[in-house]
Design a protein around this ligand. Structure first.
Ligand code: ACO
Length: 330
């Protein structure tokens, strides 16, 4: 049998934790620690109005499993019909992804067919990386249907005494199912990394003798991240357009990583994409790292904006530094 020419996205699903946290609640929470912030500052600098935080005991794998169930129901598939699971996350259930969150998800789904399951770590670019890996494995004939999940409990690594980071992130998960197809499909993707910038967005701590050595919280040099993000996102978008033999006129929707409304708007402007063609969920979800692109994609599909046959451009940038983009026709 010939290997398939494409993988195609056939379903998606989301999961958000029950605790909705408005900017007003963040202001109140920080004020108790003597830290000043405001709804106005958060909205104007980032576009964020609210985010969700997982309650104690709710793990990344719980959100990922819930999102996967929704996608499976939408596709009318049983778990046994999935033959690959990839979870993109920076907040795995276990230290060092050992064992991987994907394996825990496989177990929680009750999947017993021995399908490979592994995590991908590319921080906020994780979903684009994971999708590209799943596409390659499907086209190589190693899998027919893959669950690709972006899932985070980022609140676990937020330092609530650092107002410049803790107001920006949130928790959530979203899953998509990719299936082997002769019809396009994921048309092209492009991935990049530049490790020289590893220290401007990171969790600096490491493990020594089984103990955390250094900080286990997110550290971010916001302005440096901002400049790099705007620069690489438009470049990689143009690169993937070229690879897919598309022009910007072929793109129905831009589904960017939801880090910051200003980054999203300046990237869209640089690319010549009209603001109304940008799917934005940053206001309601905050930055959910690897989960942000699939959450936005699923929101756009559920509210009917993204429809079958539409072509979408997804792009993300994150710690590492990593970045990537992909073009998919649904
Ligand atoms: N509330 C009120 N004031 C604050 C807050 C806050 N929550 N946080 C910082 N400030 C203050 C600072 O202390 C500073 O005060 P000062 O001038 O008295 O020193 C002032 O606001 C301005 O701080 P800047 O850091 O210069 O603010 P900036 O306009 O750069 O906005 C931000 C900060 C939102 C982080 C911006 O740099 C940004 O968006 N960077 C990119 C972040 C990002 O997108 N990260 C994610 C990408 S990768 C990933 O998703 C993991």
């Amino acid at each position: 049998m010939m290997n398939p020419q494409y993988s195609r996205l056939i379903a998606s699903g989301s999961a958000l934790p029950s605790h909705h946290v408005s900017n007003a609640e963040m202001v109140e929470r920080l004020a108790k620690q003597g830290i000043e912030t405001s709804d106005e500052w958060i909205r104007s600098r980032s576009g964020i109005e609210a985010r969700y935080f997982a309650d104690t005991g709710v793990l990344t794998s719980d959100l990922a499993t819930q999102a996967a169930h929704t996608a499976l129901t939408q596709a009318q598939l049983s778990v046994e019909q999935i033959d690959l699971i990839i979870v993109a996350t920076s907040t795995p259930d276990h230290m060092g992804s050992f064992p991987s969150t994907a394996c825990i998800v496989q177990h929680k789904l009750g999947m017993k067919n021995g399908a490979p399951a592994f995590d991908v770590q590319a921080v906020c670019s994780g979903f684009v990386y994971a999708l590209t890996v799943a596409d390659a494995l499907i086209k190589a004939g190693s899998a027919r249907r893959a669950l690709v999940i972006g899932a985070e409990t980022f609140s676990r690594i937020l330092d609530f005494s650092d107002r410049s980071t803790c107001v920006l992130f949130g928790d959530g998960a979203a899953a998509v199912i990719l299936e082997a197809s002769e019809r396009p499909g994921l048309r092209a993707s492009a991935l990049h990394a530049d490790g020289q910038h590893h220290d401007i967005l990171c969790v600096p701590g490491s493990l020594t003798k089984g103990q955390l050595n250094g900080s286990g919280f997110v550290y971010m040099e916001g302005q440096a991240v901002f400049k790099l993000a705007v620069d690489v996102l438009s470049k990689v978008a143009n690169e993937v357009l070229l690879k897919a033999s598309c022009t910007i006129a072929d793109i129905d929707w831009l589904v960017p990583h939801q880090a910051n409304i200003r980054i999203m708007e300046s990237t869209a402007k640089k690319l010549g994409i009209a603001p109304e063609k940008v799917i934005r969920t940053v206001a309601v979800h905050g930055n959910t790292s690897a989960a942000s692109i699939p959450l936005a994609l699923d929101a756009g599909r559920r509210d009917g904006r993204i429809q079958e046959d539409h072509t979408i451009l997804i792009e993300g940038v994150g710690g590492g530094f990593t970045w990537g983009a992909a073009i998919l026709t649904l």
